[in-house]
Design a binder for this molecule. Structure first.
Ligand code: CU
Length: 125
């Protein structure tokens, strides 16, 4: 106990010296303040988890010539995009036959080769 309390005193005086001298459990304690710097990467990992999250939208236009659907959409959390009306390319041309203007849909957009592309599309009831 005496050894630990004096060790922690040393940690605050000189982290480098304490690390060299510390045993394994003391090193674990040291990692907590050091990991404060990693909060941003932790948030990035969180947004990666919603790879299957779908966004809500309403079909405004079906354009078979360009292979695009214009959708009035809610926030696209995986892209950090707020709600708006815009055209998206469909990954599979069959998606264009799957919906019509006025349909409410749940869909997934990914950025593929710098193009926002609908990768999943389903009717929402
Ligand atoms: Cu948008």
């Amino acid at each position: 106990m005496i050894r630990f309390s004096s060790l922690f005193g040393t940690l605050f005086v000189s982290a480098g010296l304490a690390l060299a001298a510390a045993d394994a459990s003391a090193q674990m304690q040291m990692q907590m303040p050091m990991h404060d710097h990693d909060q941003h990467s932790a948030m990035a990992a969180t947004s990666q988890e919603d790879t299957n999250a779908l966004s809500e939208g309403e079909i405004k236009k079906v354009d078979k010539d360009t292979g695009k659907l214009t959708i009035k959409h809610g926030p696209l959390t995986n892209l950090g995009m707020p709600g708006m009306t815009m055209a998206f390319k469909v990954q599979n041309p069959a998606m264009l036959d799957q919906v019509k203007v006025g349909d409410h849909v749940r869909f997934r957009v990914e950025r593929i080769n710098d193009t926002f592309t609908i990768t999943k599309l389903e009717a929402s009831i």
